[in-house]
Design a protein around this ligand. Structure first.
Ligand code: AMP
Ligand code: ZN
Length: 463
């Protein structure tokens, strides 16, 4: 089946046709490495990985580039606030370099744990400053950018197609109250390509405009062009990148190159927590470490993500993760039984499942449907052939199906009813209902489990 993908730019599912036959270049906006990635961020990278795997399943050789943002991403995605790296440095007393190295290493561990294949190249923004300066200089020479007291800005009015990706209208933005008017800018939506640094700013480089540092958006244009060329196939990111970051990337790249740079723009929807936003103040920005602390293998979180299409919002709850674990364990148990069987299955029957699976993944990555097809296939009489075909599907799903023993999802074997009790106790603690919380602790203890409170939840241990 012909692979189709939804292109945010045209708002349509389109047939995927690569620039070069059999090869695909894809670029994904990578993490800003000033803190641990939360599970919402990781959903975006599970999507990046599914896309790459579907392309590879279709026989393409994929070159995947994901940048590491270690400078220039301000607290607001536009040009306001401190640089996130500088802020973290001043809060911790560490250097931005130390912070970037630490969180990059943590991020790589997280993506490994979730079976996200490492991208072919993960360039760091700070290793590509000369490339960024060259683009800014060229945009200035071509008249698309201007210098102000505090930096070099891109003039959005010079690019009539500005707003095509997100559907924003520049005139409305000029008059609308939503965009802060920076007195240096000619239009409120103009964005910084380069910022002039104050002497106390730690990360700064020489440039034709004095010491300074790059804007966040120019980083992705410089690195995608360097590693994928002037026109590449797919650019991914979360939906929050559509209105500012990617709109800006398109504007600066097309003005610089004189032609379009990306054929397909693909965006993954957000993850909600308990139906709402993730936020530090609500204490619900969970990490992979939190998932593991509560006794779930990271692959269970991957399974949880795969059950919702990447263009739909996904609502994370601990109860939902517990159900995902129950389902995943059943899947593994069934596969194990197929693996043990000495029977075979008719080739035509197997082919019909394979075709349905491939149709699903080629239809804009309908992985939830593909999972459903796997589940239906597992209802066939037990046979090693079914197991073998499931392993072929696992090239896309990456759910460790080759490792099924019996039930292997939990690094520690905590039954769901125990987890649920621990969750109820956590809720009681959040409501400061200490008597109830103590009562449940005692109950858990009698059932053979001890629960330890941590800053972000709890850990359960079998005694
Ligand atoms: P950042 O490190 O902030 O640049 O974000 C990394 C990736 O995570 C980007 O692709 C964002 O679009 C994505 N992202 C941020 N928050 C969420 C969320 N709650 N759900 C899903 N994706 C998110
Ligand atoms: Zn980016």
């Amino acid at each position: 089946m012909q692979l189709k993908v939804y292109n945010t730019l045209t708002r349509k599912k389109e047939e995927f046709v690569p620039v070069q036959p059999d090869r695909v270049g894809m670029y994904s906006c990578g993490p800003t490495v000033y803190k641990y990635a939360h599970i919402g961020n990781l959903r975006a990278y599970v999507f990046m990985d599914e896309l790459r795997r579907v392309l590879e399943y279709n026989g393409y050789k994929v070159r995947s580039v994901m940048n590491i943002t270690d400078v220039g991403h301000l607290v607001s995605d536009a040009d306001d606030g401190e640089d996130k790296m500088e802020k973290s440095a001043s809060e911790t007393g560490k250097t931005p370099l130390e912070i970037a190295q630490f969180y990059t290493d943590q991020f790589m561990k997280d993506i490994d744990a979730l079976n996200i294949e490492r991208p072919t190249v993960c360039p760091k923004a700070t290793d590509n400053i000369p490339e960024m300066i060259a683009i800014v200089q060229s945009l200035l020479e071509k008249g698309y950018a201007y210098e102000t007291e505090d930096g070099i800005y891109f003039s959005v009015e010079k690019f009539p197609q500005y707003g095509r990706l997100s559907g924003i209208n520049l005139e409305e933005q000029r008059h609308g109250a939503r965009v802060e008017v920076n007195s240096f800018k000619r239009h409120p939506v103009d964005f910084a390509l380069w910022k002039k640094a104050q002497p106390n700013h730690i990360q700064q480089w020489d440039s034709p405009w004095g010491r300074g540092f790059p804007g966040w958006h120019i980083e992705c244009t410089a690195m995608s062009k360097k590693y994928l060329g002037e026109l590449f196939d797919i650019h991914t990111g979360g939906v929050d990148h559509i209105p500012i970051h990617h709109e800006n990337e398109i504007a600066q790249a097309e003005c610089w190159l004189g032609h379009k740079a990306v054929n397909y723009w693909m965006h993954s929807e957000f993850m909600l927590i308990d139906g709402g936003k993730m936020s530090k103040s609500l204490g619900n920005t969970y990490t992979v470490a939190d998932v593991v602390k509560r006794g779930y293998a990271p692959v269970v979180f991957r399974y949880f993500c795969l059950n919702v299409h990447y263009r739909q919002k996904i609502n994370f709850t601990w109860e939902g993760l517990a159900s995902a674990k129950t389902a995943y364990d059943k899947l593994c148990a069934s596969l194990f039984a197929h693996r043990q069987s000495e029977e075979s299955t008719d080739k035509e029957v197997l082919d019909s499942y394979r075709v349905k699976f491939e149709d699903a993944i080629c239809d804009d990555l309908n992985v939830p449907l593909a999972l459903g097809i796997l589940w239906t296939m597992l209802r066939l009489p037990k046979s090693k052939d079914v197991y073998d075909l499931a392993l072929t599907f696992d090239k896309v799903l990456a759910l460790d199906l080759d490792k099924v023993q019996d039930v292997r999802s939990a690094p520690i074997d905590i039954p769901n009813d125990i987890r649920m009790l621990a969750e109820t106790r956590l809720r009681a603690r959040k409501q400061k209902n200490w008597a109830e919380s103590d009562r449940i602790r005692e109950q858990l203890s009698q059932l053979g489990y001890s629960v330890k409170d941590t800053a972000d939840g709890y850990e359960i241990v079998k005694k």
